[in-house]
Design a binder for this molecule. Sequence first.
Ligand code: PNS
Length: 171
Amino acid sequence: MLLDDMHTVKAIYPGTFDPLTNGHLDLIARGAKIVDELVVAILRNSEKGTPLFTVPEREEMIREATQGFRNVSVTTFDGLLVDFARQRGAKAVLRGIRAISDYEYEFQMAMMNRKLDPELETLFMMPAEKYTYVSSRLIKGVFQLGGDVSALVPPLVVERLKAKVPNRVQE
Ligand code: PNS
């Protein structure tokens, strides 16, 4: 069968990424293996409160950390994810599920997105076991209290955390 554009799968991996963790990177690597094109999309107007990193800072970190993947790109979006996905010609949304506790929120979001656009599929993947407890929120909290997060985020994120969070207890 001839492969043409009709058969290439583009997926969006949306999130807040404040900051990128090794769990996110693990998921990007897994997603990039099964879709033709993966677009990491940072939500610009998140309702999650004041972020630690600006959107351009987060975008730059993800770009640097994913430069080894030839089919991964990084961008930002605003408004409804389904509208962004349609506008980019994406057939799927990639989301990670770490534990049962993620399931309810992810299920609601997937179902709402399906209601809004029945053509858009949500793909769930599980990150490596060693990252199942890692979240951006925990990383920020632990780092701000002087904890070592170097095994849980890319080295460039550790550097940015150090530059962003002064006078931390550690070292
Ligand atoms: O990493 P996060 O913060 O859990 O990602 C949440 C995100 C960005 C995927 C979600 O908030 C989102 O898609 N927001 C865009 C607005 C939208 O489409 N809302 C309806 C879906 S429930």
